[in-house]
Design a protein around this ligand. Structure first.
Ligand SMILES: Nc1ncnc2c1ncn2[C@@H]1O[C@H](COP(=O)(O)OP(=O)(O)OP(=O)(O)O)[C@@H](O)[C@H]1O
Ligand SMILES: [Mg+2]
Length: 334
């Protein structure tokens, strides 16, 4: 659905996107992540033909972004970073206007606008002037605009930016639902959202791709293990040795020992929840415990960890940034 090769953008001599290559297959929901200024919006704008590239090439929905930009735009629903709505128009009027611009006939426009408003839960505000809507509703109108012509591909640039936690949760459900019908490339800073909705994540930093993999594999690559806290009545030994022998446990350290209680930090395999095995030990040994809690590694941990690592010197110096993919096949959730 997207095939980018050596795509590059230079602004006044400064390289914002540095020869990146990646692909998005039909039906995928791909998260496009990176710190501020990484080049996410620039890339998305090139793919949607709103910005011309300085080098490289890309095909979107089978069409070249240079040669067939009209066909590309027709097949892509794009929600830019700052949704450019017409503030003086009413919601339904605006969406009808947008659908007509996208080439829908009168009859198709009516049903398409109704459907898009349904999907984006805009019932009740269709007659409101856009300027009077709250930020969350404006975002929904922007999303309804992006999908009104039922594009194969949705490209969403921070669609949840500025929303409250409740709205973020709702939008997560919405994106999951949209993913059943559309291929989606979504840029966002809300990593819990990505972890739950995206099958694959592309991480870009300073204009170069640093990783392209499933959230699960990225967490697996994390250098820091997951951890469990266990507090039991009694001293350090032999409990420490017994805990270290439990399956999936990598290391046991003592957090504190006071008033006859000892608290252990138990480092485990990043993806292994060792709590059940630990509890089996607790039962077997008849321990008195007052805490057993896990802190599983998240995509956020993986993201921070990855960006702290220095980029490989060869990639940083060269002008090409080949897509980096883990060797590990991801079989989870497929
Ligand atoms: N029109 C422009 N003229 C000059 N430089 C620009 C322009 N637009 C973006 N840049 C620069 O290009 C780089 C990438 O910007 P971009 O907006 O793509 O980042 P981003 O990953 O979307 O960041 P954010 O998370 O903040 O949205 C930044 O250094 C930015 O300052
Ligand atoms: Mg951006």
């Amino acid at each position: 659905m997207i095939e980018a090769r050596q795509l590059t953008k230079r602004y006044a001599g400064r390289t914002a996107v540095d020869a990146i290559s990646f692909h998005v297959e039909k039906g995928e929901i791909v998260g496009f992540l990176g710190p501020n200024g990484a080049g996410k919006s620039t890339t998305l704008r090139m793919l949607t033909c709103f910005l011309s590239a300085s080098g490289g090439s890309a095909k979107v929905a089978g069409y070249d972004i240079y040669g067939d930009s009209i066909e590309v735009r027709r097949r892509v629903g794009y929600m830019p970073e700052n949704v450019p709505l017409y503030p003086d128009m009413r919601v339904d009027e605006y969406l009808r206007f947008r659908a007509r611009i996208k080439g829908l006939g009168w009859r198709a426009t009516r049903s398409a606008v109704g459907e898009a408003m349904d999907v984006c839960s805009l019932a009740g505000v269709e007659k409101k002037i856009i300027a009077t809507l709250s930020k969350g509703y404006k975002q929904r109108v922007g999303l309804a605009d992006a999908l009104v012509n039922k594009p194969d591909l949705l490209i969403l640039d921070e669609p949840t930016n500025g929303l409250d936690p409740n709205q973020i949760r709702q939008s997560r459900e919405l994106i999951k639902r949209l993913g059943e019908r559309h291929t989606i490339l979504i840029s966002t800073h809300i990593l819990s959202e990505v972890e739950m909705t995206c099958g694959r994540v592309i991480i870009i930093d300073r204009g170069q791709i640093r990783a392209s993999d499933s959230p699960r594999n990225l967490i697996r690559r994390l250098r820091k293990p997951g951890s469990v806290i266990l507090e039991r009545q009694g001293g350090v030994e032999p409990a420490k040795t017994q805990l270290a022998a439990v399956a999936g446990v990598k290391e046991v350290s003592v957090i504190h020992e006071r008033d006859g209680w000892t608290s252990f930090a138990i480092a485990t395999d990043p993806l292994h929840d060792a709590r059940e095995d630990l509890f089996a030990l607790v039962r077997r040994e008849n321990w008195n415990i007052r805490e057993l809690a896990s802190r599983a590694a998240s995509l956020e941990d993986a993201f921070v960890d990855l960006l702290q690592q220095q980029p490989p010197a060869t990639t940083a110096a060269s002008t090409s940034g080949p897509e980096e993919t883990s060797d590990e096949p991801d079989t989870a959730g497929e």
